[in-house]
Design a protein around this ligand. Structure first.
Ligand code: D41
Length: 680
């Protein structure tokens, strides 16, 4: 039995954890603990519906769908931004500021320009009561029911003013967008052309239950109106919003003078691909609010701000041909060969077409002019066809009825969008990919074992399964002929030096943590995090092999489908043979720990991970830290206790150095973990 006070305190805890996560980039508790409390709150609400408060995270998805959108008049209009495109325009902008500012002390608040949808959020006495789209700037649409489903937007603020109108951007992070489209494709559902359309389409739903499934988030960038007195710079106002619990972008910076403004633009442009969200430029605003008021507005835009746009991430080019690639699981993927085109700084000549349904959806033909989009590290995509440019030379794309590599039959599984080669490891393409995966960085991590070497070893039938890697000798490797990237060029000899190095790299990886081995085996749908779950719960490969479907599905994050793939994998006698052989060459280390062995030595201390770790991925590192009681944050501040720096660590490392925060490398981190009974 719970009292109302206990209920409110749990709700408060959940909102506190969410704020830490979305606003301060800090994990206070593991996701599993959050879920546990969330379910407790749900249970209490079932028993005591009279307790329920609208600020409970269970109440984000309200009742039923609305009939239609109501129009809302903005008390203070939402202005738009004037765009600039080149350095001359930037100079003109700063000159204009100088005309108004007699002190000639150019100070700008520099922000990234998020590519989403502008909204206005109204809080009364700290409670979110209304949310509207920008519309034409004067009249927008009431989207309160949808905005409430966005977890990054607080339903209740800390120490809030009586009235607050916050403006900001709702957007879909890239990882969420990619995952959504991947699933949509697999289920034959509609995909989004880009994250912006995804955000717009998601907010245009009448039913908030639909919006709730979309991975949207929010960053604030302006205060339209506030009943309390506000700080007198743009930057401090944003920090004020943050203190209320409203997320603000982390790349905001005060820049002084024209050169710093240029540097900001260039550095954001350079790092654009590494962000987890699309931006289409930077926004520069005079930092002084007094100066903003002095400069005022034109009809639609403030004179004190500009959007300095980046080159487009979409271009038009010709689809020359479509080839078919066979992946590790036999999936046959159409790959577009394009007339090379420069898309925001990178030359693009290939793009993925995903599957047959995607080609049907796009109604694409060979010789068509297509729109290619490149964003982040993902493979360029074709998002549309310019049908106006057709001249009659277009040809249909024909899917193969046999595997293009091994000629085995091709099947299309019910409910799946992909075509698969049925050849299994008999298909050299599948075998090659299985081995490339086995030696890859997040699996066995055998350095220098490039794709071309694997291809040559498989084609020469030197490597017929993963265990054959351990029987390789220097002479065989040294005499290997490798295909060149440019197929016109003659193959080149691998050579003695590289062979010696490779043999050493193989030797160096004979001690393997169980989770890495499980991942390396390439069991369908067993990614790194599932592999880690398995390794944490089972002592050995043998124990996993003996596990029943029920044993597996009782673990967190393992559902029926994945469990079935695991069981099926171990039922295959060929797989058991290879594993047994493999175990004669390598030493597998268990990482199973009794959780009470681990002391919370970093209780409440804040850690930051930066750069690329080579022996674990970020999620694993985070999990280890959380299990030691630490908090994990993605930005360095005075509160940071320690920074773990992997390879190519950038600005966070510099900041940590400036603040004199202890920095350790991956090896030292592993040493600390081991000292604390975490076996890795
Ligand atoms: O990130 C953005 N998309 C962004 C948009 C931003 N960082 N700042 C903005 N500032 C304004 C003013 C200066 C007018 C308050 C904006 C926008 N406006 C905006 N976005 C769409 C319409 C207006």
């Amino acid at each position: 039995m719970y009292t109302k006070e206990e209920y409110l305190s749990l709700v408060n805890d959940l909102n506190k954890y969410a704020k830490a996560y979305y606003v301060d980039d800090e994990l206070l508790v593991p996701d599993s603990y959050y879920d546990e409390i969330f379910h407790k709150v749900l249970d209490i609400e079932k028993e005591h519906p009279e307790f329920i408060v609208s600020t409970s995270p269970t109440q984000r998805v309200g009742g039923s769908a609305i009939e239609s959108f109501t129009q809302i008049e903005h008390k203070v209009p939402l202005l738009s931004l004037s765009d600039i495109f080149k350095d001359e325009d930037l100079v003109a902008f700063t000159d204009r500021i100088d005309d108004f500012d007699t002190s000639h002390n150019l100070e700008l608040c520099a922000e990234v320009k998020l590519d989403g949808l502008a909204v206005s959020l109204i809080y009364e006495n700290g409670i979110l009561i209304k949310a509207a789209t920008r519309g034409d700037g004067r009249i927008g649409e009431d989207i309160t029911h949808n905005i409430r489903t966005i977890k990054a937007i607080p339903l209740e603020l800390n120490n809030a003013p009586a009235y607050l109108d916050v403006r900001g951007e709702v957007f879909m992070p890239r990882d969420g967008f990619e995952k959504w489209n991947e699933q949509a494709r697999a289920q034959n559902k509609k995909v989004f052309a880009n994250p912006r359309n995804a955000a717009a389409g998601s907010l245009r739903q009448l039913d908030p239950k639909i919006t709730a499934t979309r991975p949207l988030t929010f960053n604030a960038y302006y205060i339209g109106e506030c009943s309390d007195e506000l700080p007198n710079t743009q930057y401090e106002r944003l920090m004020y919003l943050k203190s209320l619990g409203i997320p603000v972008n982390s790349n905001i910076k005060v820049v002084k003078g024209l050169d710093e403004a240029r540097n900001y633009y260039n550095s954001i442009l350079e790092n654009r691909d590494s962000l987890n969200y699309d931006i289409d430029g930077v926004v520069l605003k005079t930092n002084s609010i007094a100066l903003q008021e002095n400069m005022g507005f034109t009809a639609r835009t403030p004179r004190w701000a500009v959007a300095y746009k980046f080159p487009a991430q979409e271009e038009i080019t010709k689809l020359l041909d479509v080839e078919f690639q066979v992946g590790r699981t036999g999936a046959i993927t159409p790959v577009a060969r394009l007339s090379p085109v420069n898309v925001s700084g990178a030359c693009v000549s290939n793009a993925t077409l995903h599957n047959e349904d995607e080609i049907k959806r796009l109604q694409i033909k060979i010789n068509d002019f297509v729109i290619v989009r490149r964003a982040g590290d993902v493979i360029p995509q074709i998002i549309g066809v310019v049908t106006d440019k057709r001249d009659g030379s277009e040809k249909d794309i024909v899917f193969p009825d046999k595997c293009p590599i091994c000629q085995s039959a091709v099947e299309r599984v019910e409910g799946e969008a992909v075509l698969r080669c049925t050849g299994g490891l008999f298909c050299l393409a599948q075998l090659t990919q299985a081995i490339i995966h086995f030696v890859s960085r997040n699996a066995l991590d055998i350095a220098g074992f490039g794709d071309k070497i694997v291809e040559a070893l498989v084609n020469k039938e030197i490597v017929k399964n993963v265990s054959d890697i351990y029987t390789l000798d220097e002479d065989t490797l040294a005499s290997l002929l490798l295909e060149q990237e440019d197929k016109e060029k003659k193959p080149r000899l691998l050579g003695k030096k590289t062979a010696t190095k490779l043999i050493k790299a193989i030797e160096d990886r004979k001690e393997v943590p169980l989770n890495k081995l499980i991942y390396a085996l390439g069991i369908r749908e067993v990614g790194e995090s599932t592999a880690l779950t398995l390794a944490k719960n089972f002592e050995s490969i043998d124990a996993i092999q003996k596990a029943t479907l029920e044993d597996l599905t009782s673990l967190q994050d393992i559902g029926n489908v994945v469990a079935t793939h695991i069981v099926d994998f171990f039922l295959e006698s060929h797989n058991i043979d290879v594993i047994n052989k493999l175990l004669t060459y390598i030493n597998v280390k268990s990482i199973k720990t009794a959780s009470n062995d681990v002391e919370k030595v970093f209780d409440g201390k804040s850690f930051v991970l930066t750069g690329t770790l080579s022996k674990m991925n970020r999620n694993e590192a985070k999990e280890y830290l959380l299990s030691l009681g630490a908090k994990v944050s993605s930005s360095v501040s005075k509160k940071t206790y320690m920074v773990i720096a992997g390879e190519e660590a950038g600005s966070k490392l510099t900041k940590a150095e400036e603040l004199n925060i202890e920095i350790i490398d991956e090896d030292k981190f592993i040493e600390i973990l081991r000292e604390n009974n975490i076996n890795i």
